[in-house]
Ligand binder design. Structure first.
Ligand code: PHE
Ligand code: FE
Length: 287
């Protein structure tokens, strides 16, 4: 999601896009992409949703070096009609929604430094492209992201962006899915993180709870460390169907009447896959 306000920085277009300037990446930057890619490529075949892994293949993201957005967009356009455009960093919510609603995914064009291998505050090209773009090659997820953009434009008018953002967080960024092969990760924040790729599936600390739209929209989230709860969808079709069929306006009003749920809380009505020990969070003094 995005947090900047005001007008685009110098050199950016009115819609905040900038040229990727692929030719400017250094050999060391391409090598850093390869290093991040290889590390995740080893980990993900047994952990990521099959649809994510298929996207990596179709888009040839395993080719060496930081992907050129023009070449990537051409493949993605053939698959689902989406494009990848570069932005300098975080952008205003309304601009972000407008891009998604028009099947344009905005990606940071810079790459982290080697010192930031495992943690960074602003999404870089590895998080944005490796994490987000593979699923955009899946027709169902591609439609979900566009619908989310349109939902964002509507939420903007209803003053409900913070509630809707929780849906993005717990699906697009940190979602789990019940696949034929068992529980898998698909959220971009997980699949692009070495540590969380393991933690989200294997660690006894976090809760893993069945997806429920109202429950999820009431749940606060952590932006500074691994999640304390993950939500599990049954399929991308089910996620798309539920979010399309539900009118969010009354849902936002309902959520406004209810208390927020803390990131670690489990409710009696939750469909629980794993009740977390929260040992990880407790050790850090946060739970
Ligand atoms: N159905 C939602 C609404 O009424 C829009 C939406 C669809 C939001 C898909 C997110 C994802 O606002
Ligand atoms: Fe992201």
């Amino acid at each position: 999601m995005s947090y900047a306000h005001g007008t685009p920085p110098e050199g950016a277009a009115a819609d905040w896009t900038i040229p990727q300037r692929w030719e400017r990446y250094s050999a060391a930057e391409h090598a850093l992409w390869d290093r991040l890619f290889d590390r995740q490529a080893k980990l993900l075949p047994a952990r990521a949703a099959p649809e994510f892994l298929a996207g990596l293949d179709v888009l040839r993201l395993g080719d060496s070096g930081i992907p050129n957005f023009d070449a990537l967009s051409e493949r993605l356009m053939n698959a689902t009609g989406w494009q990848v455009v570069a932005v300098p960093g975080l952008i205003p919510d309304d601009v972000f929604f407008e891009h998604l609603a028009n099947r344009r995914f905005v990606a940071g064009n810079f790459i982290r430094t080697p010192e930031q291998l495992d943690y960074l505050q602003e999404p870089d090209v590895f998080h944005d492209v490796f994490g987000h773009v593979p699923l955009l090659a899946n027709p169902v997820f591609a439609d979900y992201m566009q619908a989310y953009g349109q939902g964002g434009q509507r939420a903007n008018g209803l003053g409900a962006i913070q509630r809707l953002a929780r849906l993005y967080w717990y699906t697009v960024e940190f979602g789990l899915i019940q696949s034929a092969e068992g529980l898998r990760i698909y959220g971009a924040g997980i699949v692009s993180s070495h540590g969380e790729s393991i933690f989200a599936l294997d660690d006894p600390s976090p809760n893993r709870v069945g997806f429920d739209l109202l429950r999820l929209m009431r749940t606060r989230y952590r932006i500074d460390d691994y999640q304390q709860s993950y939500f599990v969808i049954d399929s991308f079709e089910d996620l798309l169907r539920q979010t399309l069929e539900t009118d969010f306006a009354p849902l936002y009003e309902q959520v406004a009447q209810l208390t927020d749920i803390a990131p670690a809380d489990v409710l009696p009505e939750d469909r629980i896959y794993t009740r977390g020990t929260q040992a990880y969070a407790l050790a850090k003094g946060v739970a």
